[in-house]
Design a binder for this molecule. Structure first.
Ligand code: WTA
Length: 662
C-alpha cells in the first residue's frame, strides 16, 4: 500500500481558551463527543435532527409537518414542503425587531476610513425602500433579477430586496465580460439588472456600467438598468427610459415593505458555475433548506454567535459570499463585513487593520490570499487580532505549511482553523472541522458536517469503498437541506452531471483520501475544472474562447500547479494552416479569453503545438500535464494516440515556450 503524507501529520487540538476564557462566548459545541453524537443522529434520523434544527434556527410563517421528501437518487429531494417561510423576515426583520441598534453590515470601503456601519433597523428601512422601487419597476415573485455589483452595502441591500419580493437573484461576478453577462442573463431571462457606475478596488477604478451597456442590446428579456452611483465625480452616460439612477428612485418609497412569504422550496437564487462542459450552469438554491444549511454551518463550524462580527473577505459574485457574507451571518443575526478592496492595498497589512478596527471574531479567506500574505512577510501581520476565535480557509486545498502559518502567525496559536470544503452546488460546508472542538490536521478538511454521509468511491468499479485508509472520488450518499435542487431549465443536466456518474450518490467531482482516523483529504478536481485563485472555471469554456479566434484550429487547456494562484491556465494551441505564431497573435488570443469570459481567466502561457489525440479524437490532457510538469519519463502508454510522434513535438514546443518566458 502506498504511504500517504496524511498518516504522518500533526494533530492540533483547538485552543483551550475557546472553552475556558470568560471573555469569549460559550461555544455552540462543547466537545467532540457532542459533535459525534449529533452527527450520528443526523445520519440515522435526519427527520428528527433537521426538523429540530429548522424549528430552532428559522422563524416559520407556517410550521412544517413533513421534514423531508424525495431522495438523492431520484433528484427530487424536497424539505419542509408543507411549511411557509419569509426569507427576508428571517434575515432582517426579526433582528430589527429584537435588536434594532445592533450592527448588521460593516462596510469597509476601498479607501481607508470611508466605510460605515449599518444597523439592522437601517437595513430593514433600506431593503424595504429598494424592494418598493423594484416592485414599481414591475418585479414580482419568481422573476429573475441580475446583479452586477462591487462589494458595497447596496449589493447586499439589492439581494435582500429581491428576495423580499419573492423574486430570484442571479449575481454575476463583476469581473465577467459583457459576453459572459449576456449568456447568464439570457439563460434565466432576467427582467432587470442592477449595477454600479464603477467599482473601486485596490486604488483603481473599474468601469461596470459600460460592460452592461455592451451586454444590454443582446439581452431581450431586460427592461431596465438600475444604477448605483459609487463615484459622483465620474460622468456616467445614462440612456433615457432604460437606465435609472438608484438615488432618483429609491428614496421615493416607504421605509417598510411587507416581506414575501413563500414555500420553502421556492428558489432563493441562481448562481452560475462552471462544470466540465463549456456552458455555465445556473445552480438553483431553494429558500428553506439553503438558509438552514447556511445558518447551521455558521453556528457550528465558525461558532458564530449573534454578538459576533464575521469577516469574510470574499465576493458575493461567488457562493462563498452568498453563504458566508450574507445569508449565514444574517440568519444568525451577527454583523458581517463587506470589504470592497484587496489584501494588498494600501499594503499587505490591510486585512489585519480591518480585524483590529472592527474587532472581528471570525476571519474567512482562500489559500491563495494566505499564500500571498505569507510571501509578503510576517512583518505585515500586525495590529491587534485578539478578537479572532475561528479562522477559515475555503476554495482550494490548503498546503500544511500555509495552514501552520495561518494558525501560528495570523492566529497566534489562539484560534481554531477550519479548512472548509464545499461547492456552489452544496450550498454550505459539507466537510470541515467544527471550529472549537475538532482536532485539526493541517491540510485535511477533516470530518463531514451534520447530515452529510460522505463516501469514497472507487472510480474504476464505481463502488463505495467503506473503511478508512482509502482513496477515490468523494460523493455524498444522502440528501441534505442546502443541496442545489436543479440547474435552471436543465434538470437533465443536473442529473447527468451530479447523479449519473455514480448512480445513487451525489458526485462532487473531487478526488479524496480518507485516512486511518476517518479524516478527509481533498485532492482536487478529477474533471476538467480548473481553480485559479479560488475562481472555478471549465477548461472547455476557455478553449471555446480561444477557438473563437479565426487563427485557431484546436486548443487544449490544462491547469498546472502554481505557487500563488493554486493553479494557472496553460493553453496548447494548434493554429490553422499557414498561420504563424507571433507576439501580436498571442496578445489577440489572450484578449479573446479576457473579453469572452473575463480577465481572471486569461492563460498564463500559450504553447503552439500539435495536440495528443486518441484515434477517436479525444485529447489526452494527462500527457500535456506530464510534459508541462517536466515528467516526460512518466508519460506512460502513448500507443492509443492516433499519432504517437506528436509527443516529441509537444515536448519541443513546451521547451521553446519555457525558454521564451525565462
Ligand atoms: C474546491 C467554492 C479543497 C473543490 C466554495 C470544489 C476545495 C470546488 C475546498 C468548488 C477545500 C472548495 N479544500 N478544495 N477546503 N473548498 N474546494 O463551487 O475542488 O466555487 O469542488 O465553491 O472548489 O468551487 P466553488
Amino acid at each position: 500500500m502506498t504511504q500517504h503524507a496524511a498518516d504522518y501529520s500533526v494533530v492540533l487540538e483547538p485552543p483551550a481558551r475557546l472553552h475556558k476564557d470568560a471573555s469569549v462566548p460559550k461555544p455552540n459545541l462543547s466537545s467532540m463527543e457532542e459533535y459525534k453524537s449529533m452527527y450520528e443522529q443526523s445520519i440515522r434520523d435526519p427527520t428528527t435532527f433537521w426538523g429540530n434544527m429548522a424549528r430552532e434556527m428559522i422563524h416559520w410563517q407556517k410550521p412544517f409537518e413533513t421534514v423531508k421528501q424525495g431522495s438523492i437518487e431520484n433528484a427530487d429531494a424536497a424539505w419542509f414542503t408543507d411549511g411557509l417561510i419569509s426569507p427576508c423576515y428571517n434575515l432582517v426583520d426579526r433582528h430589527a425587531i429584537e435588536r434594532p441598534n445592533d450592527i448588521a453590515l460593516i462596510y469597509e470601503a476601498d479607501e481607508l476610513n470611508e466605510g460605515r456601519y449599518i444597523t439592522y433597523r437601517q437595513l430593514l428601512a433600506d431593503v424595504s425602500q429598494f424592494a418598493g422601487a423594484l416592485a414599481a419597476l414591475g418585479v414580482t415573485k419568481g422573476d429573475r433579477v441580475a446583479i452586477y455589483m462591487p462589494m458595497i452595502p447596496e449589493t447586499v441591500i439589492a439581494m435582500l430586496a429581491v428576495i423580499r419580493l419573492g423574486a430570484i437573484h442571479s449575481i454575476i461576478f463583476a469581473g465577467f465580460s459583457a459576453e459572459s453577462v449576456t449568456d447568464r442573463i439570457n439563460d434565466s431571462t432576467c427582467k432587470l439588472i442592477i449595477t454600479c457606475d464603477e467599482s473601486h478596488r485596490g486604488g483603481k477604478r473599474i468601469p461596470l456600467k459600460s460592460v452592461i451597456n455592451r451586454a444590454f442590446p443582446n439581452c431581450p428579456s431586460l427592461t431596465n438598468v438600475l444604477v448605483f452611483q459609487r463615484s459622483p465625480e465620474a460622468s456616467t452616460a445614462m440612456e433615457e427610459g432604460r437606465d435609472i439612477w438608484w438615488h432618483d428612485i429609491v428614496p421615493k418609497f416607504p421605509k417598510y415593505y411587507p416581506p414575501a412569504v413563500v414555500n420553502p422550496e421556492h428558489p432563493l437564487f441562481l448562481l452560475y458555475t462552471s462544470g466540465s462542459t463549456g456552458k455555465p450552469k445556473g445552480v438553483v438554491h431553494t429558500t428553506g433548506g439553503y438558509l438552514l444549511g447556511a445558518a447551521a454551518t455558521c453556528k457550528y463550524i465558525f461558532d458564530l454567535h449573534p454578538t459576533d462580527r464575521m469577516g469574510c473577505a470574499g465576493d458575493v459574485g461567488w457562493i462563498t459570499g452568498h453563504t458566508y457574507i450574507v445569508y449565514g451571518p444574517l440568519m444568525i443575526g451577527s454583523a458581517t463585513l463587506i470589504f470592497e478592496g484587496t489584501p494588498a492595498y494600501p499594503d499587505y497589512s490591510r486585512y489585519w487593520s480591518i480585524v483590529e478596527r472592527h474587532k472581528l471574531t471570525q476571519w474567512y479567506i482562500a489559500p491563495t490570499a494566505i499564500r500571498l500574505l505569507q510571501r509578503a512577510g510576517d512583518d505585515y501581520v500586525k495590529y491587534d487580532r485578539s478578537s479572532l476565535r475561528v479562522l477559515g480557509s475555503v476554495g482550494e486545498p490548503i498546503a500544511p505549511e500555509s495552514f501552520m502559518w495561518y494558525y501560528n502567525v495570523v492566529g497566534q496559536g489562539r484560534c481554531a482553523v477550519a479548512d472548509t470544503y464545499w461547492q456552489t452546488e452544496t450550498g454550505s460546508h459539507i466537510v470541515s472541522s467544527m471550529g472549537p472542538v475538532t482536532p485539526m490536521k493541517p491540510g485535511s478538511a477533516t470530518l463531514p458536517f451534520f447530515g452529510i454521509d460522505a463516501v469514497i468511491i472507487d472510480p474504476i468499479s464505481g463502488q463505495i469503498i467503506e473503511g478508512n485508509g482509502v482513496e477515490g472520488v468523494l460523493a455524498v450518499r444522502n440528501s441534505w437541506p442546502s443541496a442545489a435542487r436543479t440547474v435552471w431549465k436543465g434538470h437533465d443536466r443536473f442529473i447527468d452531471t451530479y447523479l449519473k456518474p455514480y448512480p445513487g450518490v451525489y458526485f462532487t467531482g473531487d478526488g479524496a483520501y480518507r485516512d486511518k482516523d476517518g479524516y478527509i483529504w481533498i485532492r482536487g478536481r478529477v474533471d476538467d475544472v480548473v481553480n485559479i485563485s479560488g475562481h472555478r472555471l471549465s477548461t472547455a469554456e476557455i478553449e471555446a474562447a480561444l477557438l473563437s479566434h479565426d487563427s485557431v484550429a484546436e486548443s487544449a487547456v490544462v491547469g498546472i500547479p502554481d505557487e500563488l494562484t493554486g493553479q494557472a491556465v496553460n493553453a496548447f494551441i494548434l493554429l490553422k494552416p499557414n498561420v504563424v505564431a507571433n507576439a501580436d497573435l498571442e496578445k489577440q488570443l489572450i484578449m479573446s479569453v479576457r473579453s469572452t469570459i473575463g480577465p481572471f481567466a486569461a492563460p498564463r502561457k500559450l504553447i503552439f503545438s500539435d495536440l495528443p489525440k486518441t484515434r477517436s479524437g479525444k485529447i489526452m490532457r494527462r500527457i500535456l500535464r506530464k510534459i508541462l510538469a517536466g515528467e516526460t519519463d512518466q508519460i506512460g502508454d502513448v500507443s492509443t494516440l492516433a499519432e504517437p510522434k506528436v509527443v516529441e513535438h509537444i515536448i519541443h514546443a513546451v521547451h521553446h515556450a519555457h525558454e521564451k518566458n525565462a
